[in-house]
Design a protein around this ligand. Structure first.
Ligand SMILES: *[C@@H]1O[C@H](CO)[C@@H](O)[C@H](O)[C@H]1NC(C)=O
Length: 117
């Protein structure tokens, strides 16, 4: 193998490593869809925080994600918590069409929307 071929090989390997890395850093959160009515979001959130197994302690009164106290904001937190914790076990960000994924971190003030790689 010539030096030139070796250099090309090394550059190709570097490029492959870089593109794999950016794939791994692709972050998505799951939030309530703006089109979904509150009653549907409420029902989906009740499921997520109950049988779904999401940890909804942060959206309770006096907790960091209680404000803004809207069904939409609380549902977003619950949907994301459920999705992050169970996506590796086949959970999807769907909730009967009431949820969508976003690449913008929905965290605000002291309220942290977790992302698990
Ligand atoms: C739920 O989350 C809170 C804080 O975010 C944590 O203190 C608590 O241990 C969690 N509960 C469970 C069951 O994981």
């Amino acid at each position: 193998m010539s030096i030139a071929q070796l250099i090309i090989l090394v550059v190709l390997l570097l490029l492959m490593t870089i593109s794999q890395k950016s794939d791994a850093e692709f972050e998505q959160w799951c939030v309530a869809d703006e089109q979904t009515p509150d009653n549907e979001l409420q029902a989906a959130m009740d499921w997520a925080c109950g049988k779904g197994g999401a940890n909804c302690s942060e959206i309770q009164v006096n907790q960091p994600c209680y404000l803004p106290n809207t069904v939409r904001d609380h549902a977003s937190y619950a949907f994301n918590n459920y999705y992050q914790n169970f996506k590796h076990k086949g959970a999807s960000c769907y909730f009967n069409g009431g949820a969508i994924t976003t690449e913008l971190d929905p965290s605000h003030n002291g309220c942290h929307f977790e992302f698990l790689p």
